[in-house]
Design a protein around this ligand. Structure first.
Ligand SMILES: [Zn+2]
Length: 173
């Protein structure tokens, strides 16, 4: 079975050219395989589309380690400081530690919160950012203590920052 990613259905039409419908058009596998007019909705068409999609994802996954290694090499060895800095920032952003995510946290008593930043914690934070609905609701001690409504920090600049479970109060960076 040929496994070639194609943004279009690509099936041969009676006119002799290839179908220009979007891949998987009007099927349950939009983006992969043939359109509904060219067998995309049949069991064979579904299997074919799944093979294309699985293959594409596998190849993307294969590239993540080399991509990270390349960025690491730029950080360590790039002749241009600007390139090295850009690569370093890219990694920090992807880890959720970019400048726009940096907040000052204080505990309920105003004291510091010990932060234990490990790879597992970063992964947990990344998952929470992807599904904010599942994240625990933020607690705003100051607002409840004074009875005033807390205005979101940095209004108009950026969306309100996400609050992790360790955060008591959040101040803009
Ligand atoms: Zn088609």
């Amino acid at each position: 079975m040929e496994v070639t990613p194609n943004p279009h259905c690509g099936a041969r039409t009676r006119a002799g050219d290839s179908c220009g419908n979007k891949a998987g058009f009007r099927t349950d596998h939009v983006g992969f395989g043939q359109c509904y007019l060219h067998g995309g909705a049949t069991e064979t068409g579904k299997k074919h589309a799944k093979a294309i999609r699985d293959d594409a994802f596998a190849r993307i996954l294969e590239m993540t380690d080399p991509a990270l290694a390349r960025i690491r090499a730029l950080i360590d060895y790039a002749e241009s400081e600007a390139v090295a800095l850009s690569a370093a920032r890219d990694i920090l952003d992807r880890a959720g530690l970019g400048a726009k995510h940096v907040h000052e946290h204080t505990g309920p008593d105003g004291g510091p919160i010990p932060l234990d930043v490990r790879a597992g914690d970063l992964l947990d934070r990344a998952r929470k950012l992807r599904s904010p609905a599942k994240a625990k609701p933020a607690t705003r001690k100051k607002a409840s203590a004074t009875g005033k409504k807390a205005s979101p920090p940095a209004r108009g600049k950026a969306p309100a920052p996400k609050v992790d479970k360790a955060a008591g109060n959040i101040k803009p960076a």
